[in-house]
Design a protein around this ligand. Structure first.
Ligand SMILES: Cc1cc2nc3c(=O)[nH]c(=O)nc-3n(C[C@H](O)[C@H](O)[C@H](O)COP(=O)(O)O)c2cc1C
Length: 226
């Protein structure tokens, strides 16, 4: 047993945040988040690991209803195009899904990556330059988990033409638009992913994603391996 382990209650809190984090698209409340709370969440994001200590994330906090309306238009165009790729029942199901909370969440946050920034001196990026973007995703997950622990809902919207989103928000061409988050207090947190509840997709058991020694070889606990 590690002497660095958190106290039981703290440990339970960490696992609870992980288990009960949800992607939220409905039930946002209009009350804005207090500034200190938003800063705590952004600080949690900013403490994420990053390749070469590059910290390539940049956060654009959007509160303006006007900006959110235009962003929502970019979402609607992309969602219409996505809908056209499905047919029959899947198309019907797609149109029944609520896939964003851009207008109802009082805070939106666009998180972008500066993939060519010199900070970090390219450590870890010589062979895998995409690790800059992976680092930004780590920051987003920190934000998401801290938000759940604070009782704040977060919904990730990716249904955009990224170039249209970048141009709308004045994001430099060399940056990557990684995520657009809808953030706010919520009526409730669902026990299950919305897409599972709607019948779009099911969660798979861990066993289906877990292998031993080589890709595809079923995982066996250590005692059964030897
Ligand atoms: C990279 C990424 C992009 C996503 N984009 C969308 C999106 O555009 N619209 C949406 O409704 N949910 C989006 N989601 C949320 C997923 O649908 C959700 O995480 C998944 O269904 C599991 O549900 P849970 O997060 O509540 O566990 C996205 C999640 C990730 C990680």
């Amino acid at each position: 047993m590690s002497s660095f382990k958190f106290a039981d209650e703290q440990l339970a809190g960490v696992y609870r945040a992980i288990r009960e984090r949800r992607d939220v698209r409905t039930g946002f409340l209009p009350e804005p988040l207090p500034e200190e709370l938003l800063c705590r969440l952004l600080n949690a994001a900013h403490q994420a690991p990053s390749v070469g200590l590059m910290q390539p994330w940049r956060f654009i906090v959007i509160r303006s209803a006007e900006v959110r309306r235009v962003v929502h238009g970019v979402f609607s165009d992309a969602s219409r195009a996505a809908h056209e790729t499905y047919s029959d029942e899947r198309a019907e199901l797609y149109s029944s899904l609520k896939l964003e909370g851009i207008l109802s969440a009082p805070q939106n946050i666009c998180i972008v990556c500066d993939p060519d920034n010199a900070k970090g001196h390219r450590l870890g990026r010589h062979t895998m330059p995409e690790t800059a973007t992976y680092s930004v995703v780590c920051a987003i997950q920190n934000f998401w988990l801290a938000a759940r622990a604070e009782g704040v809902g977060v919904g990730w919207v990716s249904i955009f033409d990224p170039e249209a989103l970048k141009s709308l928000l004045g994001i430099p061409a060399s940056f990557v638009a990684v995520a657009y988050l809808c953030v706010g207090y919520v009526e409730s947190f669902a026990a299950y992913p919305e897409l599972e509840r709607a019948g779009w997709e099911k969660r798979m058991p861990l066993e289906d994603a877990l292998y031993s020694e080589h890709f595809g070889r079923p995982y066996l606990p250590e005692e059964k391996n030897s």
